[in-house]
Design a protein around this ligand. Structure first.
Ligand code: NAP
Length: 309
């Protein structure tokens, strides 16, 4: 007979580990499946200074490890495995992983989102050789060099500011004539002497020999093409929710996010979506953690309604 867990959590970011903490602390037999290491996208973030309780800020990797330990203190178990398929059609759900098949009464999907790619020729081959998706991880290789940041949101602005303190010169290439980034980022960017904003422009080509040497951009208003010589390009154009393994088992919105309201309930009974992977207005560590707590609460309620543990 297979073991049936009360809860399987998919993903070990702030949403997943908070769900695991609340569930395990509430007495649920909980296992968390994580393909890499604790923290998810948060682990790739240098300084987190908008998660309350850390008055000096904290680096995302450390916060991820601490969240893991916090959940494990109450008996949640972490398994390093990738989920490849699921079946939510029966009361006991099946979760197929690289470590075998798990069975659970409830599932919290907290798999997060991966960086969106530009989709240009050579992008994959040049990843790590001039093309990057995490300024805080790889920015240190570009001290006194020239880099480009692609994107106009909060992440791109934060990346450009971070890199401006390391690199000699930073191009920030944005496809429109106004940044999506909030005001708190805009003023310091406009004031940074080594940041040059390249407006209304998309990247059309990655120029490289053995590694990146520049990018070709096209002004979408004038059609003019320009080559920007740079040693590195940091792509920061949003994220893509990691829902591929779900195979239509829960309803998604047009952008691929799992449809779930503040209750985190999905279209499948006993299945909850927490953190960046669900439809929501603000994707932050603190809102992901809050989702995890809510998901565990409704999972417990669901198990009770089904006749208890
Ligand atoms: P985002 O807010 O979705 O911004 C993505 C940016 O990339 C936008 O400027 C978008 O342009 C551009 N873009 C999208 N696809 C593109 C493409 N194919 N080619 C060129 N440009 C493209 O994503 P994000 O900056 O990663 O932020 C994600 C979430 O995290 C947001 O909710 C954000 O507020 C939050 N965040 C918060 C903080 C903070 O508060 N400290 C820091 C980082 C992130 P358009 O503007 O034209 O759409």
């Amino acid at each position: 007979m297979e073991h049936i867990h009360d809860m399987v959590v998919i993903g070990g970011g702030p949403a997943g580990y908070t769900a695991a903490l609340y569930a395990a602390r509430g007495g649920l037999d909980t296992v968390l499946l994580e393909r890499l290491s604790a923290g998810g996208q948060m682990a790739l973030t240098g300084d987190i200074d908008n998660y309350p309780g850390f008055d000096e800020g904290i680096d995302g990797f450390t916060l991820g490890v601490r969240m893991q330990h916090g959940a494990e203190r109450f008996g949640a178990r972490t398994v390093n495995a990738e989920v490849t398929a699921v079946d939510f059609s029966q009361p006991v759900k099946r979760i197929v992983t690289t470590d075998g098949v798990y069975h659970a009464r409830t599932v919290v999907i907290a798999a997060g989102a991966d960086p969106r790619k530009l989709g240009l020729d050579g992008e994959q081959e040049l990843t790590g050789s001039g093309v990057h998706y995490c300024a805080h991880c790889d920015g240190r290789f570009y001290k006194d060099k020239t880099v480009a940041v692609i994107g106009g949101g909060n992440s791109a602005a934060a990346d450009a500011l971070y890199l401006s303190r390391l690199a000699k010169k930073v191009y920030m290439v944005h496809r429109r004539d106004a940044l999506r980034a909030e005001r708190i980022y805009r003023e310091p960017l406009y004031n940074a002497e080594n940041v040059e904003l390249v407006w209304d422009s998309i990247v059309t080509e990655l120029i490289a020999d053995t590694r990146l040497t520049g990018i070709r951009v096209k002004n979408v208003k004038t059609g003019e093409a320009t080559q920007l010589n740079c040693d590195g390009a940091f792509v920061s154009i949003g994220r893509v929710p990691l829902t591929g393994f779900l195979g239509g088992s829960v309803a998604l919105d047009g952008s691929g996010y799992i449809i779930a309201d503040e209750s985190t309930r999905t279209s499948a009974d006993g299945v909850f979506a927490a953190g960046d992977i669900r439809t929501k207005a603000l994707r932050q560590v603190v809102t992901a953690a809050a989702d995890g707590a809510v998901a565990a609460h409704y999972a417990e309620e669901y198990i009770s309604a089904m006749g208890g543990l």
